[in-house]
Design a protein around this ligand. Structure first.
Ligand SMILES: [Zn+2]
Length: 398
């Protein structure tokens, strides 16, 4: 009889693999159903920590998560069924009904209330890149969202809404590199670093697996005691729902086209989150690494805009006020900066730079020893050092 390791159950990369095994030339609706069945099957298995995860044995929080997971099998299945049925309603052309059903399901579990989420206020630094067109000169606004007077250019993205220009940012160059399939063609793109001035203004929905992070902190002996002590079962269950939702939204796009089946659920969620006055959604890229630590850098942030009919206003006022970003930067070998140089550059700045020192220190502490699949140290690669250059350029204009 097969057994399930609870830590492995919450592994994003494992779920990516489970989904990819289901990929055949099938309709998305059938993939969703088969995925639900595999999750249901896992929930029925006896738990046992695998060799890799034995150190999690007898940890109170892990026991609580396991208890909540196993004791809510019916509710969990109901939730997955509601997702699938909304998708089905949509695909039958009843878009409004599909949204209303999803809204009922989300309201019922109070999905957007995120009292126990991992605190991400340290993450104020983001990146953006664009592929260069021959002979075109790039202005700053080319790295911002699509102008309101050019909404005919708005494309179909996983987290998008028809006719709405959104701003898409990545948490690291590692993420940008994978998302845009840059590989080693660094020079064919222009880049910028975005720094958020006041994080408190940004109420965004964290649509990702929070368990990986919690379990990982356990391993590093940094586990947040208050989560362990205070988390109610209902909050653990909500985190489980969110985990499942993030998985159901992460099916890889399989075919090129104008309509993309895999984007239906994520786009319905965009509508729900927008209606509830959130500024955006943070989600994990579908191009995850096997390594959790490296995968942790694969976050994307999509920010919504408020359209203006004023002929003179082409950009979102809120985003303009709350973000700083540099002119588009070209990649070349001479603009790689070492972390130590960046730090001394910051120290030379005026006192109001102080509040950014912590943010940057945090940002870099995560990169300093980041190994991808236990091999490459990203911070030491030329592209990793270029990331410091981008931060430096934005700091200059803060
Ligand atoms: Zn395991």
């Amino acid at each position: 009889m097969k057994k399930i390791c609870i830590i492995c159950f919450f592994d994003d990369y494992r779920h990516k693999r489970i989904r990819s095994i289901l990929y055949r030339n099938q309709k998305h609706i059938n993939l969703l159903k088969r995925y639900r069945d595999s999750i249901d099957k896992m929930l029925s298995l006896k738990s046992e920590f695998c060799k890799r995860h034995t150190l999690y044995k007898n940890k109170p929080y892990i026991n609580q998560v396991e208890y909540t997971l196993k004791n809510n099998k019916i509710k969990i299945n109901e939730f997955m069924d509601e997702l699938i049925s909304s998708y089905q309603t949509f695909i039958h052309g009843k878009h409004i009904l599909a949204y209303q059903n999803l809204k009922l399901a989300f309201d019922k579990i109070d999905l957007l209330n995120q009292a126990y989420d991992h605190n991400n206020s340290n993450n104020c630094i983001f990146f953006r890149a664009r592929k260069k067109k021959k002979g075109k000169f790039y202005f700053k606004e080319d790295l911002f969202h699509i102008k309101f007077s050019k909404i005919e250019l708005v494309g179909n993205q996983r987290y998008s809404s028809t006719g709405q220009p959104f701003l898409y940012l990545g948490r690291s160059l590692l993420n940008i590199k994978e998302e845009l399939e840059i590989e080693k063609k660094y020079a064919q793109f222009v880049y910028t670093c975005y720094i958020i001035k006041d994080w408190k203004n940004f109420k965004y929905f964290r649509l990702y697996n929070t368990f990986e992070h919690r379990f990982y902190s356990y391993r590093m002996n940094k586990f947040e005691e208050d989560i362990q002590r205070n988390e109610k079962d209902s909050d653990t269950l909500k985190a489980i729902f969110k985990f499942l939702l993030s998985q159901f939204c992460s099916f890889k796009k399989r075919k090129k086209g104008t309509f993309i089946e895999e984007y239906v659920l994520p786009q319905l969620i965009v509508e729900y989150v927008k209606e509830n006055n959130f500024k955006g959604i943070m989600y994990k890229s579908t191009k995850l690494f096997r390594d959790i630590e490296a995968s942790d850098h694969m976050y994307n942030l999509v920010l919504f805009t408020n359209y203006s009919s004023d002929e003179n206003i082409d950009f979102d006022d809120f985003l303009e006020k709350n973000f700083v970003f540099s002119d588009p930067q070209n990649y070349n070998k001479s603009n790689q900066i070492k972390l130590s140089n960046l730090n001394s550059n910051i120290k030379q700045k005026k006192p109001d730079f102080n509040k950014y020192i912590d943010i940057i220190a945090y940002h870099d502490s995560q990169y300093l020893n980041l190994k991808i699949n236990s091999r490459i140290n990203f911070g030491n690669t030329p592209f990793g050092k270029f990331q410091h250059h981008l931060i430096n350029e934005t700091l200059k204009i803060l």
